[in-house]
Design a protein around this ligand. Sequence first.
Ligand code: CTP
Length: 398
Amino acid sequence: MLKGKTIIIGLSGGIAVYKACDIIRKLKKQGAEVWVVMTPAAQKFISPLTFRALSENPVITDLFDEKQNNLPVPHIALRNKADLVLVAPATANILGKAANGIADNVLSTLLLSIKCPLVFAPAMNPVMWENKAVQSNLLRLKKNGAKIIYPEKGAVVCGDEGEGRLAEISTIIENVNNILNSKSDLEGVNILITAGATREAIDPIRFISNRSSGKMGYALASCAKTRGANVTLISGPGSLKPPSNVKFVQVVTAQEMHEAVNEHRDRAQVIIMTAAIADYRPRITFMQKLQKRSDSLNLELIKTIDVLDELGKSKNGTYLVGFAAESTNLIENGKEKMQKKNLDLIIINDVSAFEEDHSEVIILDRSGKIEPLPRQEKALIADTILDKIKNTKFASSL
Ligand code: CTP
């Protein structure tokens, strides 16, 4: 999703600088070209060599050493390349310099020279973060048009607790994507997405579920939001953080998923069902914990409602997308589900990729077109699925 974009990562001197390794890896994976600029303090934590290897570009550490970086005027050469500058981690020091126009090292000088979007992801001790000088510098930076990705609460390395931990890497990457891919080709479209596995209780502590992580649904929600859609995400339990600015509805059971979908379906122009909803649930949920009293235990399971099947029976113009989890006869099973559930599009899903960040899918549409996508990140698959929806459902209206 970042193909053709050049991102400059500014590293200032805090312990969180090691997290920049992962940020660079993820940005590169999404196709971005990455250049790294380090302050002298950042170099005390990690050697520039690490970032040279990860970014596959020279690391800029000095304004004046021509031999080192092969760029005669580094801050201007980088400015001309950059689509976005991300300072992560941003210390109190670099925030203060950028807010007050101080240019005394290669990074602070670059920050005064750029015209592209500027993003800070601060990380520091919670007491420093709360300091009035730091907060007023942040306000000034925001007023001048910089974007701040706020730090999170938690324990920091020096033992203090509070706000100051660098934001989650996924949040940083999502923000970068939102800024750089602000194509708004789904502006105002109402999309309902379901994600994750449901849980069907056996007793107060045991349940039947499956391995679906929800990653595909969350990637679709994030991508649709970035492209301007109004997104409602209904999700089974899990550890994923919902993307910002989507309407998030948490459910647990297939029945709750059914009720939530019914509550939100009328407003949706597109419904994408990635959720791995349980097909069966225990007929009886025991009120107390089951005791281990015999060598075998029979559980009677009864069918749950097929939410997508119900949606297909009264579509009223809603564009319906299903996901088929298959391990054999992929195309035949996918086609059969598309017909039976009256879908407009079905994505045949590799069941072995349920918990992975990558997957390999096949897209089938009503015209009989079969599009296998090569194995790739779920975020990229999400973008292609949304392209397909846009080109079929909204070809004339958007
Ligand atoms: N689905 C649903 N309600 C269910 C089960 C599935 O809405 N109780 C939806 C899923 O969200 C998915 C589609 O139906 O979009 C296909 O789900 P899948 O598990 O592949 O197939 P099933 O219809 O459940 O059939 P089977 O398990 O026999 O393959």
